[in-house]
Design a protein around this ligand. Sequence first.
Ligand code: NAP
Length: 248
Amino acid sequence: MKLLEGKTVLITGASRGIGRGLALRMAEHGAGVAYTYLSSVEKGLALEKELAASGVKAKGYRSDASVFKEAEDLVNAVVSDFGSIHVLVNNAGITKDGLLMRISEEQWDEVMRVNLKSVFNLTKAVQRPMLKQRMGSIINMGSVVGIKGNAGQSNYAASKAGIIGFSKSVALELGSRNIRCNVIAPGFIETEMTGALDPGMVQQWKESIPLKRGGTPGDVANLALFLASDLSSYITGQVINVCGGMLT
Ligand code: NAP
């Protein structure tokens, strides 16, 4: 059974990792997929063909989610190309790790801009088309780190905790218009983002995870698919962890 037939999904940051996994899973389930990339231009362009192999309409846009005007222009372009946006996934994110002692003002500002301001930019931009159609599902990519904190990631943790407060507020504001807003909080997912970490530390993390493995983009995509579909039509304002039991 295809869960997203007739729906259009917009995903930020789908050139790699989790976003790419989400785009592929949603296309398999019949959604038209609009997605963004920024610096990974080749990968971003190549994804269009892969998605189209599922028989759906797919289009990649080069767009910086952290820039307000670009987000507005992107949403207008997607509505004009696809006719509507039923699901927004705010997935784009970065890390600039360091102990508080060493984090610079630039590293703080950049993480907040890319991880948190982007969520405001895109959510605000999709509000109008979603209000008009009186339906929508907004899925924001948080992190378990935004719930429990992590030494060396105070900027990242603050941005992800901010996403939770923002999403709960949006769920309260827009629930009466049948627009839902939820947060996915992944634990340790094997992508380029986590590929940059020290292998010894990664091994230690994996051993401490009850399911004894890192997650895959597919593990996160399964929850995103559920939240995008009508199977979750009575779920809003929630934070759902995909973390192999790391947080209980
Ligand atoms: P990743 O492999 O580093 O991919 C990040 C994606 O975000 C890329 O497609 C990148 O596009 C895009 N991006 C970065 N800055 C952007 C911007 N300003 N505008 C538009 N796109 C931008 O990361 P990932 O592991 O897949 O993580 C995806 C999301 O899950 C992030 O929000 C991350 O914080 C969250 N998360 C990940 C983990 C994990 O363990 N991996 C755990 C918890 C939460 P380009 O390469 O084209 O620039």
